[in-house]
Ligand binder design. Structure first.
Ligand code: SF4
Length: 689
């Protein structure tokens, strides 16, 4: 035993932070995490990692870890056994279901957790509780991008691999900050820009690091991306620069699309976006001259009233210019969390079973009913946004949430908190006692990725295994085990002994995962869905066919939705997003010494112009107010932002300095993704410096 204890273990894992999906070995001795060792064979990253992947692991051994179930007793929580916690959940949730109906319970899944865990959670919601009220946090970020792709090319995933991006002649980045949010992917773009003369155009409000290196950095008025996208598509068609041959053979609905662009003249675009006609023509010309173009986008596009339409407009532009089906072309929404792609792929969405098979399709439902031995509800359930409204309206009485800090990261958190208070019963499962957990009736201790086995799917649709390096701390358990124990308390009789068996079940049921198996995911091996039965995967989509029945893509006309503006009194535009060192509310990064030491708190970026007008310097403390709430934060004066633009990093574990005190409940009209990026505020100075 002593010998074993002294041994250094090397375990392959996948990064638990962003959607790039870097894999590497973690070296451990007992519970000590010694180092992260990258390997040239790692498919998404090779020998690269960023600061989070390299130094962001101390949270696993944090004293703040939940190590035992907790049950609320009045205002306090008391420690409980698993038996007590699960029995209480079983009796309360059964009661609520019997009294108020199946759809009185909501389930919130986690894009931090594995594919197998997400699959089991939707199986629990659908087959044990009989509800489709299930969603994951892609509702806060990526659903508009997936929907835009499904409308146009039929598949809600990146068109090719991260490596393919290097072979593109032109990379168009819209509303994204990859150098901080997807650092290792950004390194590839920087490299291609330097070595292969790849052209880079960045459209963003803020001159982020990649923007500073771009051939063209363009900053349109907030919320107007759809206008310039449509105007450039129109101009390209008018110049006869569109790929007529590609469109003829592979794309439907061209004429309708052309007709839909009538309004989007260069004059109109200049007026709405603030970009000159000359600049728009220059961009159109660069696009025309490039033999291949791919488009990368993220929350700067999706988190708007028209986020789905703008995502659609990006894909339309790619189709018009024949930029799909070859390496270095196509749409690349940059997925935020490590498993935001996989959580949706594995069925934690109100309208989709795993692999994007519709819950409303009788044949598909019958297939799952037979496999699971239950009857399934046909109607799509409430999404994350609707479930909050349904709680407010008294329709949803109980909620089960895991690995998701809705109480800080959802938009308009004060409103969300009032909803939590109305719940009759609330289960929160996490690795820490989160803000959300404060509203819970039962809190369950989960195990992070280093303490369990499973797979994550990165932004390229790449499924990769991660392996258990440490035992779960205290009484914590892998999420999949908790779901199984709970389901079995309710008589489900699930018998999974390992996540590999869950994957085998998915492979049998879901055609896009037909050939996925743990035996094909050994070592550094990975598979990019769709995967045929024989195990051949699909690094590049659309080489032969698009994801529609006739194999053709579809141009999808879209109209501009002006951004939400709360009124003149709110005179500053508040943008928000990530910084390199931290991740979301920071529950893991602030608990990692190497990172929190360097960047202990978030700050508000203020332009030199605005700072001098208000008489403030770096270090000043200000209060921001919106119609929904207020928050206090320290200022950093920087030229990264211009004029009346503010940039607020979203990383705050303190409620009083959380950006979502300010954001509203307005949302994308098609997917209900909150319009986080459309917020005007006013600023009061508390301390000038
Ligand atoms: Fe992790 Fe993303 Fe950094 Fe890679 S780029 S190490 S996946 S946070």
């Amino acid at each position: 035993a002593t010998m074993r204890k002294d041994r250094i273990e090397r375990t392959k894992t996948v990064c638990t932070y962003c959607g790039v999906g870097c894999s590497f070995e973690v070296w451990t001795k007992d519970r000590e995490i010694l180092k992260i060792q990258p390997d040239p064979a790692a498919p998404a990253n090779g020998i690269s990692t960023c600061v989070k992947g390299k130094f962001g692991w101390d949270f696993v051994n944090s004293e703040d870890r939940l190590t035992t179930p907790l049950i609320r007793k009045g205002e306090r929580f008391v420690e409980a056994t698993w038996e007590e916690a699960l029995s209480l959940m079983a009796s309360k949730m059964t009661d609520i279901k019997e009294t108020h109906g199946n759809d009185s319970i909501g389930f919130i899944a986690s894009s931090k957790c594995s594919n197998e865990e997400n699959y089991l959670f939707q199986k629990l919601a659908r087959s044990v509780f009989g509800t489709n009220n299930i969603d994951n946090c892609s509702r806060y970020c990526q659903t508009p991008a997936s929907t835009g792709l499904m409308r146009t090319v039929g598949i809600g995933g990146d068109a090719g691999t991260i490596e393919d991006i290097e072979s593109s002649e032109l990379v168009l980045v819209v509303g994204a900050n990859p150098a901080e949010s997807h650092p290792v992917l950004a390194t590839r773009v920087k490299r291609a820009n330097k070595l292969f003369n790849q052209k880079l155009i960045v459209f963003d409000l803020r001159e982020n690091e990649l923007a500073q290196r771009a051939d063209l950095f363009i900053s349109p008025k907030p919320g107007t991306d759809l206008v310039w996208l449509n105007a450039i598509a129109k101009y390209i068609i008018e110049q006869d620069w569109h790929d007529a041959d590609f469109i003829e053979k592979r794309v439907n609905n061209f004429q309708d699309f052309v007709d839909s662009l009538d309004t989007y003249t260069l004059d109109y675009a200049e007026e709405k976006t603030g970009l000159s006609k000359e600049l728009l023509i220059k961009v159109a010309t660069i696009i025309h001259e490039a033999k291949s173009m791919c488009a990368l986008w993220a929350m700067g596009v999706t988190q708007h009233m028209g986020g789905t339409d703008t995502s659609t407009a990006i894909s339309n532009l790619l189709l018009v210019t024949g930029n799909y089906g070859k390496p270095g072309t196509g749409g690349y929404p940059l997925r935020g969390h490590n498993n935001v792609q996989g959580a949706s792929d594995f069925g934690t969405m109100p309208e989709w079973l795993p692999g994007y098979e519709s819950i409303e399709d009788d044949k598909i439902r019958a297939k799952y009913e037979e496999a699971w031995g239950t009857t399934l509800p046909k109607e799509p359930g409430y999404n994350n946004h609707e479930v909050v409204e349904a709680i407010q309206d008294g329709k949803v009485k109980a909620m089960y949430l895991f690995g998701e800090e809705m109480g800080l990261v959802d938009s308009n958190i004060n409103y969300v908190h009032t909803a939590f208070e109305k719940l009759d019963f609330f289960v929160v499962q996490d690795i820490f006692f989160s803000k959300t957990a404060q509203f819970a009736d039962v809190v369950l201790p989960a195990a992070p990725s280093l303490e369990k086995d499973g797979t994550f799917t990165n932004t390229e649709r790449r499924i990769q295994r991660f392996h258990k390096a440490l035992e779960p701390l205290g009484d914590s358990k892998p999420d999949w085990r908790i779901f199984q124990d709970f389901a079995n308390k309710l008589g489900a009789n699930w018998k999974y002994e390992h996540p590999g068996e869950i994957m085998d079940e998915v492979a049998k049921l879901s055609p896009i995962f037909a050939g996925v198996s743990y035996s094909r995911l050994e070592g550094w091996d990975s598979q990019l869905w769709p995967v045929n039965k024989d195990g051949t995967d699909t690094p590049l989509l659309y080489e032969e066919e698009f994801g529609f029945e006739d194999g053709k893509a579809r141009l999808f006309p879209v109209e501009w939705t002006p951004p939400y503006e709360p009124g003149e009194e709110y005179d500053l535009h508040l943008n928000n997003g990530r910084i390199l060192e931290h991740f979301h509310e920071g529950n893991m990064t602030y608990r990692s010494e190497g990172i929190s030491h360097k960047v202990p708190e978030p700050w508000l970026e203020v332009s030199p112009e605005l700072a001098s007008k208000r008489g403030i310097k770096t270090g000043a403390l200000v209060r921001l107010k919106s119609p929904y709430g207020e928050t206090e934060i320290r200022v950093w004066v920087t030229e990264q932002v211009k004029g009346k633009q503010l940039y607020f990093p979203m990383h705050s574990m303190e409620e009083k300095s959380a950006v979502n005190n300010l954001t509203s409940s307005y949302h994308d009209k098609d997917t209900h993704t909150p319009n986080y990026k459309e917020m005007d505020v006013k600023m009061e100075v508390i301390e000038p410096s």
